[in-house]
Design a protein around this ligand. Structure first.
Ligand code: GDP
Ligand code: MG
Length: 376
């Protein structure tokens, strides 16, 4: 539930905050299913901040079969939650009128001939939007919203549908005889699940040892005798970029165990010289104004703060973190959502290119260092 007040810099702000100017009652917004039947949202022009009704909307009186409910009380959270104001300059520049770079990405080819497709692995806890990201990217090239990979969780909400290593070579269009793109996005079981992904197995995937369709199990780590184990993966079979997927809904609530798992992963992946990017999902749930118009994503402090938190969580520079809104309940594509999604994909492909340059032209950086020290 949200109430809008003017931006603190705006001259009307103090008067409105002091209750001298009216606020407008609009439709209740059910956020995460937590709103009470007495949820209201207030808006005023230019900006928004969070407002919560007291959860204790208790019956206070009853008689003749009727129950009267006490009206909820409201508290307005601090101005640091201010949403975008059209007067603020964006913290990242995007030409929203240019449209999503569909054609240039559709024709993307990795530089080395020996590598037919960029291999990108998505990692992150269950429910952050990994499968949705693959579906959303596929949807943009397909020209309508499609689901290639199962989204959501099983009845046990901490367990994802995805138990196997599933790789999706993206279709370039919806034409049956159209070419597939030179891009493979791999999805696997969420981090932190009891019967799921371990650090050992994740690294085995990244190094290219794990066969497609492998079912992960905590009791059977990937070993050289695992059926289909790839003993000497080629450059084409290795993962070229790891994408950490983080949900804007959960960014502040990760457990210490999850934080430590993510840090360890980052360290090990960095030691392998593999490029990493972070994708922040659920931006529409972080900021209501962005939910209404995705082109507002870089216009306010709320999402910038969320991106900063992702940076803290993963120890990554801000330039490696890209926000997206996945297609989740829509049936139609939205041009701004496409632009944001393909902006993220473009960033990922640039990281793939860097990895392939380092590992195909000059050999791996690690090998370059060890051969230099051996010859000295
Ligand atoms: N509103 C919104 N919902 C999302 C977004 N990304 C994913 N979801 C929803 O979050 C839930 C979990 O997504 P899923 O892709 O299955 O997560 P995974 O376990 O990481 O693969 C699903 O209900 C999705 O529809 C997003 O950017 N915005
Ligand atoms: Mg999934």
């Amino acid at each position: 539930m949200r109430v809008a007040t003017d931006h603190p810099k705006h001259p009307q702000h103090r008067e409105r905050a002091a209750g001298l100017l009216p606020v407008r009652l609009v439709m209740a917004e059910k956020t995460e299913g937590k709103s009470s039947p007495f949820s209201f949202a207030f808006t005023a022009p230019n900006s928004e901040c969070n407002l919560r009704s007291s959860p204790e909307t208790k019956p206070v009186m009853s008689g003749k079969g009727k129950t009267i409910i006490a009206p909820p009380t409201f508290t307005i959270s601090s101005s640091q939650n201010a949403c975008p104001s059209s007067e603020e300059s964006p913290w990242r520049q995007v030409d929203w009128s240019a449209g999503a770079p569909v054609e240039s990405i559709r024709s993307y080819k990795p530089a080395p001939d020996s590598v037919p497709a960029a291999r990108v692995l998505l990692v992150g806890p269950v429910g952050v939007g990994k499968s949705s990201f693959i579906n959303s990217i596929q949807s943009v090239f397909y020209g309508r919203v499609v689901n290639r990979t199962m989204v959501g969780t099983s009845l046990n909400s901490s367990v994802s549908f995805t138990k196997q290593l599933q790789s999706f070579q993206l279709y370039g269009s919806r034409d049956r005889d159209g070419e597939s793109m030179a891009l493979v996005l791999s999805d696997m079981v969420g981090l932190g699940e009891t019967n799921g992904l371990t650090l050992h197995d994740t690294l085995a995937v990244i190094k290219g040892h794990v066969p497609e369709g492998h079912t992960f199990s905590a009791c059977c780590p990937v070993m050289t005798d695992t059926p289909g184990y790839v003993k000497e993966p080629s450059l084409a079979e290795k993962v070229h970029c790891v994408v950490f997927v983080v949900s804007g809904l959960e960014i502040s609530s990760y457990s210490d165990t999850m934080k430590s798992t993510l840090h360890q992963l980052r360290e090990h992946i960095s030691a392998l010289g593999v490029q990493q990017v972070a994708v922040l999902t659920h931006v529409d749930k972080v900021c209501a104004k962005t939910a209404r118009d995705i082109s507002q994503v870089y216009n306010g402090s709320l999402l910038k703060q969320a991106v900063l938190k992702v940076g803290d969580l993963l120890g990554m520079p801000l330039s490696s973190i890209v926000p997206v809104k996945n297609y989740s309940e829509e049936l139609e594509l939205d041009p701004h959502t496409d632009t944001l999604l393909l902006g993220a994909l473009d960033h990922i492909l640039q990281s793939v290119d860097l990895y392939l340059r380092d590992h195909s032209e000059r050999g791996s950086p690690e090998r370059a260092v060890s051969s230099a020290s051996a010859s000295s």
